[in-house]
Design a protein around this ligand. Structure first.
Ligand SMILES: Nc1ncnc2c1ncn2[C@@H]1O[C@H](COP(=O)(O)OP(=O)(O)OP(=O)(O)O)[C@@H](O)[C@H]1O
Length: 921
């Protein structure tokens, strides 16, 4: 019973509080905690405990039921994830128009620049960042004209969706675009797939203990005050109060409990104030006692009492010094001042007073106890500190909270099953949204993973989202043949054929690099193979990318034809239900910089912006030894630059070979692997500048820059992690404490063992701090929807980062970027390169030249035409009546934008409605 009660109460601060009046309460063992209490005390004590247990049981029962309460709580637990912002995008654009217009394109609001918002880029400023989002949400519109986001039955959705959190009725009722009826006979089973995890509410341990528990306090608080204060006693019900204190002369009759424990320690109020100032959340239960201290009768010999107090205070200060150096210093200064001024505090400075000849037996005991506690706490503090600074294992990244507009695209895709193309300028969170969509769709189709095909235009982009290239998915090889030949080819390949038949949702990332002809071919193949006349044979499309970024690489035989974008494909408009523009820029928090990039993206660059870019030609000095990553258009330039820097480093070099596997063999596999971000071989030296190429947690993300500071094995790292100093040969053994000396001996022993050594990388965090990570292998896969892994690579998630190709940089967010525009030769390259930077402060631009940053004119026309198409769709019947019979070339889009929608040639429609819908997407 005793043990049961103690166990139940052990974690409860209230239990510790109850016992605070007794010295035994501070002993670690539960049985000994009660040993010193006399029967009278025990009886009242247990009756109180029983009451408390009952209270807690009742409370627990109350928390499990009823379900309605749970539902309400669940609601509270899942509030809107989006940052608070002005959700009305139309309003935002209105604001933007008022302030600035760039050559007919809507620019960004300079006025929307609250001085307080952009004061730093510390990672700790997340709430601010979200406020920035609100300002930044009015940054730029991809659509050029007024009312781009007016709620229209089509694009539609972008506007409707962006203004309310409820599912948009305009979408649900929009029959005009609702032509995504699924043609799979097993659709009725779909519900079975929907394995969403409904939020459930389970009371946490703390919550269940809540009726009993006091608000939790940081450990320093409990250490500093618990043994000393009598406030807990003051709050304790009368029945558990200890017997009336003995007189001073009978103090020794309480052999197991120091009288000091019944007294308010000198300076407790001051210390509490100091703590409260440093830790707002450190609410001391006994605060009221400070305001009106209870007069305490002395119950022990004055000198013994004083001694005990000094020991306590000294222990407190030692601990504070170790854990919070700045605070300990200011604390002791305050303490000294007080003492000098009022003699109120006993300053815990003199070591003499700890001398053995100066103590009573109880004071000696106190000293021993304090010493042990100090040691223990010092160790803990050291562990905490090293854990904070250095981590071996990374924590799983917390999921990003989608903005309103992102969340609504997600809803449109996952819940409404629409074919969507979402676009937006660099840094508007397209990749983040796409990753979330993939995750949600994979969950939805958990039992049939092959229903969701994840693809991208290039191997690199595909690898980034865990998919395959469009070519690979389609089983079309290079895809040069005509549609019927390609269909025959696929039919011979059972796996490829199955993919086409099984796929319900086709995801395509980095659409800007997909050739228009390829898009048309895939669309035709889908219809033929699936024997289904709907666009893409009824497959739902989820497409993203920014056509202002890198264009498709034309085949050698099509060089003369030039680039043909996917939006110029004849079937583009029939295949896409909704085109949605994301407008909230996340990457650049400075609206001025975002505006400069936006002008550049649209190819309408003002003199002011040119001057601002020219100013960025200055060399950037960074406070640490890490330099900017220089972006180059070609791989050769990158390799030369990195090799040059590497040669300049001295010391031993470590070479890491990738371990490759997969169902593909030989050249085929090598080709897939060569598209991966992770290199086959990476050579590193101490001092090498590297970039992380995987998201490991919230801070260590794809693009994080760092420097190799050492090479060590797993075991060595464990020791280093606890004793970072011992690796420094400059620190002699004598300067290390016992534990550290032992650790150094162990470390030296390990040097003789043949262990694999990994690079220890010191990463620069956005808030100016650093984080050390022992970098170990990660995996990359080229995986088909069926789960077949065609190629897999296990390698360190690092690349050399003095230089990087623009191609590899696409999709990245970089804090420090350097670029020489003289080297740029392709449209979109300059925009991709410059838009990787998060700030002007972290961007160096050499040879800025307006002619190098021009956008592709047809892309500009396309983005402008989006408005017109939407506008036309406001009157679908009129448009339908005047729809042309032949698809217009994309170059006509400007003149007759509403006519640019392709006619559904050769489609097999079931009824007129479908035909109309398919025709006007
Ligand atoms: N909802 C969000 N909340 C907070 N940060 C976000 C959000 N969405 C995106 N971000 C951040 O914004 C940055 C850019 O995001 P992302 O790479 O997805 O943009 P993008 O539109 O794909 O850019 P690009 O076209 O240049 O590849 C990243 O650092 C990402 O973490």
């Amino acid at each position: 019973m005793l043990t049961g009660l103690s166990q139940l109460l052990a974690p409860s601060p209230a239990f510790r509080g109850l016992l605070a009046g007794s010295r035994k309460a501070r002993l670690p063992s539960r049985s000994s905690a009660t040993r010193g209490l006399d029967d009278r005390l025990l009886n009242s004590f247990y009756s109180t405990i029983a009451d408390a247990m009952l209270g807690r049981a009742v409370s627990q029962a109350g928390q499990q039921e009823p379900p309605t309460k749970n539902a309400a709580l669940a609601k509270q637990l899942f509030p809107s994830s989006s940052p608070a912002q002005n959700g009305n995008i139309q309003d935002q654009f209105k604001k933007a128009r008022q302030s600035q217009s760039i050559g007919g394109y809507t620019g960004m609001v300079n006025a929307a620049k609250p001085a307080t918002v952009f004061r730093g880029k510390s990672a700790n400023e997340r709430p601010q960042f979200q406020r920035v989002g609100s300002a930044a949400s009015s940054l730029c519109s991809i659509f050029s004209k007024e009312d781009s986001f007016r709620p229209t039955p089509d694009t539609i959705a972008s506007a409707a969706m962006c203004t309310s959190t409820a599912p948009s009725p305009s979408i649900a009722q929009n029959e005009f675009v609702d032509f995504d009826l699924d043609d799979f006979e097993d659709d009725s089973d779909l519900k079975l797939d929907e394995d969403y995890e409904l939020p459930t509410f389970k009371p946490s341990v703390q919550e269940t203990a809540a009726p009993f528990a006091a608000p939790s306090k940081p450990e320093i608080s409990s250490f500093a005050y618990k043994p000393l204060v009598d406030k807990d006693t003051a709050r304790t019900p009368k029945s558990v109060l200890p017997a009336p204190p003995p007189t001073a002369s009978s103090a020794q009759t309480w052999p197991t409990s120091s009288p000091s424990h019944f007294r308010t320690p000198p300076g407790a109020a001051l210390r509490r104030q100091r703590d409260a100032a440093l830790h707002d959340d450190m609410v001391d239960l006994t605060q009221d006692d400070d305001i009106n201290p209870r007069p305490v009768k002395r119950r022990t010999l004055p000198w013994a009492q004083k001694k005990a107090e000094e020991v306590e205070i000294s222990a407190l200060n030692d601990y504070e010094k170790e854990r919070f150096p700045a605070r300990a210093i200011s604390g002791s200064l305050q303490s000294k001042n007080r003492t000098a001024g009022s003699n109120e505090l006993a300053t815990p400075t003199s070591k003499e007073k700890l001398m053995p000849w100066n103590t009573t037996p109880s004071a000696i005991k106190e000293q021993q106890r304090a010493f042990k506690e100090r040691q223990l706490r010092a160790k803990k503090a050291r562990e905490l500190a090293s854990e904070a600074a250095t981590s071996h294992h990374t924590k799983k990244a917390a999921p990003v909270s989608l903005s309103d507009e992102q969340a609504r695209v997600l809803d449109l895709v996952v819940n409404s099953g629409k074919s969507v193309f979402f676009t937006g300028s660099a840094g508007t969170g397209k990749s983040v949204l796409m990753r979330t969509i993939i995750e949600r769709l994979r969950k939805k189709y958990m039992r049939e993973p092959d229903r969701v095909a994840v693809t991208a235009s290039t191997g690199l982009a595909a690898c980034n989202i865990g998919g395959v290239t469009l070519h690979s998915f389609g089983g079309i090889g290079l895809g040069k043949e005509d549609i019927s030949t390609l269909v025959k080819k696929i039919k011979k390949n059972q796996k490829a054929k199955n993919r086409w038949l099984r796929t319900k949702i086709l995801i395509v990332d980095e659409i800007s690099m997909v050739d228009g002809d390829l898009f048309d071919k895939l669309e035709g193949i889908a219809r033929m193979l699936r024997n289904n006349g709907r666009p893409f044979g009824g497959i739902q499309l989820v497409i993203t990318g920014d056509f202002f970024q890198l264009p498709p690489v034309p085949d050698s035989d099509k060089k003369e034809r030039g680039v043909k974008f996917a939006f110029e494909a004849g079937t583009w408009n029939t295949a896409i239900h909704h085109t949605i523009g994301l407008t909230q820029v996340f990457r650049q928090k400075d609206p001025e910089f975002a505006n400069m990039l936006n002008e550049m993206r649209l190819g309408k660059i003002s003199q002011e912006t040119i001057r601002a870019f020219q100013k960025l030609s200055r060399p950037v000095e960074y406070h640490d030894s890490l330099g900017a990553t220089e972006l180059f258009p070609t791989r050769n330039e990158v390799e030369n630059s990195n090799a040059f820097k590497m040669r300049a480093l001295h010391g031993r070099s470590y070479t890491y070979e990738a371990q490759d596997s997969g169902t593909f063999q030989g050249d085929m596999r090598d080709k897939l692997l060569s598209n991966m971000m992770a290199p086959k071989t990476i050579e590193l030296k101490k001092g090498a500048q590297v970039m992380l190429i995987k998201n490991l947690d919230d801070q260590l993300v794809n693009g994080s820059l760092g420097k190799v500071v050492a090479f060590m094995s797993d075991k060595t790292f464990e020791i280093y992690n606890n004793y970072p100093d011992i690796i420094d040969d400059q620190i002699p053994d004598e300067d290390l404490d016992d534990d550290a000396r032992q650790a150094r001996i162990r470390l030296n022993g390990l040097k003789k063992e043949k262990e694999v050594h990994f690079p220890l990388v010191r990463f620069a965090m956005a808030d100016g701090t650093t984080r050390d990570l022992l970098v170990q292998n990660e995996e990359w896969k080229v995986e088909l929807p069926s789960g077949e892994v065609q190629a897999q690579r296990s390698q360190l998630p690092l690349i050399l980062a003095w230089a990087l190709s623009i191609h590899k940089a696409q999709g990245q967010t970089l804090e420090r970027v350097k670029i020489d525009l003289k080297k740029i030769f392709e449209k979109g390259q300059a925009y991709v390169a410059l838009s990787r930077a998060t700030s002007q402060a972290g961007l160096e631009v050499k040879n800025f030249d307006k002619s190098k940053v021009m956008a592709h004119p047809r892309v500009g026309e396309f983005y402008k035409s989006l408005y017109s198409v939407n506008k036309a769709l406001e009157h679908p019947t009129v448009v339908a009546a005047t729809a042309p019979k032949k698809p217009k070339s994309s170059t006509n889009m400007k003149e007759e934008p509403s006519l640019s929608m392709a006619e559904p040639q050769g489609f097999d429609f079931d009824d007129d409605e479908e035909e109309a819908m398919a025709a006007y997407g």
